[in-house]
Design a protein around this ligand. Structure first.
Ligand code: PEP
Length: 254
C-alpha cells in the first residue's frame, strides 16, 4: 500500500469558535473536496463543536490536541475520549513537546493516552523529538527511539495501522528554524526502523511519519521529497488559510 501524504494543522491555543469556522470555510473553499492528500485540522476543545459543523460535507478531518486517560469522573479540567467522539474527532495529537515540557507528560503517560485513543476508535498522532541540548550531545536517535518504543508499547499490530507519528525537533517548533531535509530524513528512517521492530516491516512501511517544526510552503517541497517523510504537522502556517492550503497543494504534487 502506497502511503498517502498527510497534512495536519495543530492550531494550539489559538482561534475562538467563530474564528475556527471562518478559517475552515476559507480552507474548504480551496481544498474541501480533494482526496489525494489526507488533511486534518486540530482546533482547541472549545472550537471542536463549531469546527465539526464547519467541516461537514468536506474531506477534511477533525482532530483534538489532547485527551485524558479516564472515561469520566472527578478530573477537573480534563476531557475524555467519548467527549471528543461526540464531535467526530478522528485524530488526537499526543505527546506534543509543549505538553511534555509545560505539563510534564512522560512517555509512560503518553503511552496510556495512545492506547485510550485507539481503544476508542480514533487515531493518535504521537509527537516525538529531541531538544537542542540532546541533539548537541549526539542523543537524538536515542531520545526519539525511546519516545517511539515507549509511546507505542503494548499497541497491537492491527491498531498500529491507525497510528501516525510526528517527528518534531523541539528546537525547530515555532522558532523559524527547520531541520534540513537530510537531518529530518535520518530521524524518520530511524523511526520507521523502530516501528518495524514493534510491528514488523510491512506494517511500518504503511505508517505515516510526519515532520513538524516550522514547516511552511517555502521549505515543504524539499522535506516532502524525502523517502520517509509522509507529510507535516503544521503549527504557525496552519493558522492562515493561504499557507495551509499551499502546503496541501505542495503535498498533492509531491
Ligand atoms: C507544532 O507545534 O506542532 C509545530 C510544528 O509548530 P510550528 O509549525 O509553528 O513550528
Amino acid at each position: 500500500m502506497a502511503r498517502k501524504y498527510f497534512i495536519a494543522g495543530n492550531w494550539k491555543m489559538n482561534k475562538t469558535a467563530a474564528e475556527a469556522t471562518a478559517l475552515i470555510d476559507a480552507i474548504k473553499a480551496k481544498i474541501g473536496t480533494q482526496t489525494k492528500v489526507d488533511v486534518a485540522v486540530c482546533p482547541t476543545f472549545t472550537a471542536l463543536d463549531a469546527a465539526s459543523k464547519a467541516l461537514k460535507g468536506s474531506t477534511i478531518k477533525l482532530g483534538a490536541q489532547n485527551v485524558y486517560v479516564k472515561p469520566s469522573g472527578a478530573y477537573t479540567g480534563e476531557i475524555s475520549a467519548d467527549m471528543l467522539k461526540e464531535f467526530c474527532c478522528e485524530y488526537v495529537i499526543l505527546g506534543h513537546s509543549e505538553r511534555r515540557e509545560y505539563f510534564k507528560e512522560c512517555n509512560c503517560f503518553v503511552n496510556e493516552k495512545v492506547k485510550v485513543v485507539l481503544a476508542n476508535g480514533m487515531k493518535p498522532i504521537l509527537c516525538v523529538g529531541e531538544k537542542l541540548e540532546e541533539r548537541e550531545a549526539g542523543k537524538t536517535i536515542d531520545v526519539v527511539s525511546q519516545q517511539v518504543l515507549k509511546g507505542l508499547e503494548g499497541v497491537s499490530k492491527d491498531d498500529a495501522k491507525n497510528v501516525v507519528v510526528a517527528y518534531e525537533p523541539v528546537w525547530a517548533i515555532g522558532t523559524g528554524k527547520t531541520a534540513t531535509p537530510e537531518m529530518a530524513q535520518e530521524v524518520h528512517a530511524q523511526i520507521r526502523k523502530n516501528l518495524a521492530e514493534l510491528f514488523g516491516a510491512e506494517t511500518a512501511e504503511d505508517m505515516q511519519i510526519l515532520y513538524g517544526g516550522s514547516m511552511k510552503p517555502e521549505n515543504a517541497k524539499d522535506l516532502l521529497a524525502q523517502k520517509d517523510i509522509d507529510g507535516g504537522l503544521i503549527g504557525g502556517a496552519a493558522l492562515k488559510a493561504d499557507s495551509f492550503v499551499a502546503l496541501v497543494e505542495i503535498a498533492q504534487n509531491a
